[in-house]
Design a protein around this ligand. Structure first.
Ligand code: ZN
Length: 615
């Protein structure tokens, strides 16, 4: 047994000392116990474990121990020829077989990465392209150089060739960029160095390159696509991820005025696709990012808890601390019944749900937009107290609005021929052409009286037009979500869009496709196409029961007979299923959030409230 127990009353950790040696020789290391309170000098390693069944041997405290191949490679490149190097490496410094030590050390992970002298990011063995990719990134870090070749002082064309941009993409798209733990490991430290085989790249150069790509691309060089071509533009989109990383790094600088700690809900959503071996790490790997602020110590890491318990606890904390129901908008709509995680309440997002990059991106954008609505009026800002009663039961006040009567086909994320056909089928289902001018909501009944108190009736076509983009667009103000209150604001771009769908079958967007009489630019139409795609992805169009006659977008796993409810504290309404059982044991299942035209700004609060239990 090489691990001596750590003193848990002090912030003790182990660091590994890599003895000097020549590349290729056996690696000799020693463990040393230090206390974070004594400001020890050490670096920290950020890397991907890699295949854990294949082990390579190193010598640690005179014993032969196995490490993953990728770690062995990293140690070989980190080792100095002439002096030792002190570094923190999770796989070696934490006794992985001791759950209670793991729990304790993971609780300190944020501090370990914050207090180190610097983090070395091991991107893996170099490839023949590494050196060129790093050279180009360094050139792109010069902000005075333009990316549009037709401007003065442009970047050397070789840096923007297809081959070079794909080398850059392969550096920024390797496994390290897709692992959950690397998020906080690269956001927290003050200094960061990327190592790819024997090639080194300082983080500031990479961050500057990413920033220049986005800054130039949205101002002076907005036309760069024309000169460098679509493939290069596509490859270089990988800079977006680098840019986000840098933004969060700046947000963690404690001196920053008004620093309130990072928003874990936003981070969990943004980095949801990141992979980790242990599903509990979907939450645990990000905890160190909120050392202060409303999400500080969201949950305490505990490897004796089940994944379901961890997901449930984190959801309860996110509900209670943010005083809103936003986290419920991150419930991933399962593609087929039975795909739900067993033992997890229906209202707690399953962070391990499988989806495409587009799926998660769309959910994340929709999360950002949730703040634009106020379905439960001023209650969206009041803290939610005492709503969780244990046993997976969430008690909420619900205003039940109606029932889904008709459902359209489900749309997926990417826009292809099938998706165009789905959008057309919704248009038919809604019967827009025949009902253009009738009033929405249309029917007669007691609910109508409730609606008309607060809701100005609009032509049916306008209601449909606003529904398919959930009344939000970037077509009017690029890079900004704009809440629409009137269909006139987007009628022109909607007409151009519908023509593109209906007549041109969603062919690749070209300037020549747009009728100049419509007065719409290619950019506006492009933004609108995206907005509709984001709003409708993984959703179905629906119509409600006759009384209220509402239309909206429900999660793809919604069913006929499901209930639409405004939940107090919710910025958007929800689809719920049930009830099951009678009397006091009556419970409902959460399906997911919804857009229902006419109840997004509190109109549904006029409907009577009842306490319900979600399980
Ligand atoms: Zn420029």
């Amino acid at each position: 047994m090489m691990y001596k127990p750590l003193d848990r009353s002090r912030r003790e950790i182990r660091v590994v000392v890599i003895e000097p040696g020549v590349f290729g020789e056996n690696i000799h290391c020693a463990l040393q116990t230090v206390c974070l309170d004594d400001n020890p000098a050490y670096e920290a390693l950020s890397y991907v474990w890699g295949e854990s069944s294949i082990r390579e041997l190193i010598t640690l405290d005179e014993l032969s121990v196995g490490v993953t191949v990728n770690l062995k490679h990293a140690l070989q490149h980190l080792r100095r020829p002439d002096r030792s190097r002190v570094i923190w490496v999770d796989a070696i410094c934490i006794n992985q077989d001791d759950n209670s030590e793991r729990t304790h050390q993971v609780g300190q992970m944020g501090d370990i990465y914050k207090l180190c002298t610097g983090v070395v990011v091991w991107l893996g063995q170099e490839t023949p392209d590494t050196s060129q990719a790093f050279t180009s990134i360094e050139a792109m870090a010069d902000e005075t150089r333009h990316w549009d070749r037709t401007l003065k002082t442009p970047l050397d064309p070789e840096h923007l060739s297809e081959q070079r941009s794909s080398s850059i993409k392969s550096v920024i798209n390797g496994p390290w960029w897709h692992r959950a733990w690397t998020v906080q490991e690269s956001i927290l430290p003050s200094s960061l160095t990327f190592l790819h085989g024997s090639h080194e790249l300082q983080a500031p150069a990479l961050f500057a390159a990413a920033q220049n790509f986005l800054r130039h691309g949205t101002s002076c060089c907005y036309n760069m696509g024309m000169s460098v071509g679509l493939n290069v533009m596509r490859s270089l989109q990988c800079f977006t991820m680098v840019y986000m990383l840098n933004t969060y790094r700046q947000d963690t600088v404690p001196e920053r005025v008004g620093y309130l700690g990072l928003n874990l809900l936003e981070l969990i959503s943004l980095y949801r696709e990141r992979k980790c071996k242990d599903p509990r790490d979907k939450i645990y790997s990000l905890l160190g990012l909120a050392s202060s602020g409303v999400h500080a110590r969201l949950v305490d890491p505990d490897y004796n808890k089940s994944t379901q318990e961890v997901f449930e606890d984190a959801t309860v904390e996110l509900l209670q601390r943010t005083g809103g129901l936003q986290v419920l908008s991150l419930i991933f709509p399962v593609a087929s019944p039975g795909d739900e995680m067993k033992g997890l309440p229906s209202w707690a997002p399953n962070w391990t749900a499988e989806g495409t990059h587009e799926n998660f991106r769309d959910l994340h954008v929709r999360l950002e937009r949730v703040v634009m609505y106020a379905a439960s009026r001023e209650l969206v800002h009041s803290p939610i107290k005492g709503m969780y009663k244990g046993n997976g039961q969430l008690h909420v006040q619900a205003h039940i609005i109606g029932t889904i009567l008709t459902l359209g086909e489900a749309r997926e994320s990417a826009l292809g021929p099938r998706e165009i056909a789905v959008l057309k089928s919704w248009h038919n289902l809604a019967n827009v052409d025949a009902n253009k001018n009738r009033a929405y909501p249309s029917s007669t009944g007691s609910e109508q009286q409730i609606f008309f108190k607060n809701f100005q009736s609009v032509p049916y076509e306008d209601a449909y037009l606003l529904t398919i983009s959930a009344s939000v667009t970037r077509a009017i103000a690029p890079f900004q979500h704009h809440r629409l209150h009137n269909a006139d604001e987007i009628r022109k771009v909607y007409n151009a869009w519908w023509r593109w769908i209906d007549v041109q079958n969603g062919e690749a967007l070209k300037m020549s496709d747009i009728d100049p009489d419509l007065g719409v630019s290619l950019n506006e139409l492009g933004n609108y196409v995206n907005d509709v795609s984001i709003t409708t992805s993984m959703r179905r169009f629906f119509l409600t029961n006759e009384e209220a006659g509402l239309i909206g977008l429900a999660p793809r796993n919604a069913q006929v007979g499901d209930t639409i409810a405004v939940l107090e504290g919710g910025q958007v309404p929800f689809i719920i299923r049930g009830p099951n059982g009678d009397g006091d044991s009556k419970t409902w299942r959460m399906v997911g959030d919804t857009y229902v035209h006419g109840i997004m700004d509190g109109e549904g609060m006029e409907f009577p409230a009842e306490g319900i239990v979600l399980v």
